[in-house]
Design a protein around this ligand. Structure first.
Ligand code: DX5
Ligand code: ZN
Length: 225
């Protein structure tokens, strides 16, 4: 049960002055992917990283660089994040008038394509994208900040998406408020990638990396037998 569930720490919760060592530490402590939250201060009320930061951290990411674009427009920036070394680029369904063309552009840039759904966006929205994406990200908080409370109504959306995905090789990623209280229900509902910022980085540091490992194990132990 849940053996192939990936845990993707979000560096939004890491020490912004030390990303290289933070990424190395959290990967050594068991992170499967590194989740990079890109925010433009327009699509979401916060501003974080540009392509230059992704390029700078790429050499430190030994696993998968999972870039979450909370930006609008999206298409003008896809090439820059692809060239910066993103393995996965996830765009928001709500951030583009043409989601199908956007995910095609991500794949054309050589990256795996993800589509993210805000809490009020129904699962059915992606019905005609299922054969064009590699990942569906369900936001379980309103995007823009870490450390927010989990929105439990999204659980039924996750179950619906799991059934829509069927046997397709699509990651079902959950993003926002994932912790030891929520992880087991998410895996039970069908999630196989869990993004966690605060729940992983809380209490640790590059001087105390073992705390990252303890936090990751605590999450994993809630759903792995
Ligand atoms: C929110 C981001 C999330 C967030 C997760 O807009 O997309 O990835 O950083 O942080 P926690 O796990 O603290 O909710
Ligand atoms: Zn995110």
């Amino acid at each position: 049960m849940g053996r192939d569930v990936k845990i993707a720490p979000s560096i939004l919760a890491a020490d912004f002055a030390d990303f290289g060592r933070e990424i190395q530490a959290v990967e050594e402590q068991g992170a499967d992917w590194i989740h990079v939250d890109v925010m433009d201060g327009h699509f979401v009320p916060n501003l974080t990283f540009g392509p230059a930061l992704c390029k700078a951290i790429r050499p430190h990411v030994k696993t998968v660089m999972d870039v979450h674009l909370m930006i609008s427009p999206v298409e003008p920036y896809i090439a820059a994040y692809a060239e910066a070394g993103a393995d996965i680029i996830t765009a928001h369904y709500e951030a583009t008038h043409h989601p199908h063309r956007t995910v095609q552009a991500i794949r054309a840039a050589g990256c795996k394509a993800g589509i993210a759904l805000n809490p009020s966006t129904p699962a059915e929205s992606v019905e005609y994208l299922l054969d064009s994406v590699d990942l569906i990200c369900v936001m379980t908080v309103n995007p823009g900040f870490g450390g927010q409370s989990f929105i439990w109504s999204q659980l039924q959306k996750i179950e619906k998406l799991k059934s829509m995905i069927g046997s397709r090789p699509i990651y079902l990623e959950i993003d926002g408020g994932v912790d030891t209280e929520t992880a087991a229900s998410l895996v039970e509902a069908g999630a196989n990638v869990l993004v966690a910022g605060s729940a992983v980085f809380e209490g640790g540091s590059v001087q105390k990396p073992a705390v990252y490992g303890e936090n990751i194990s605590a999450i994993r132990n809630t759903f792995e037998v």
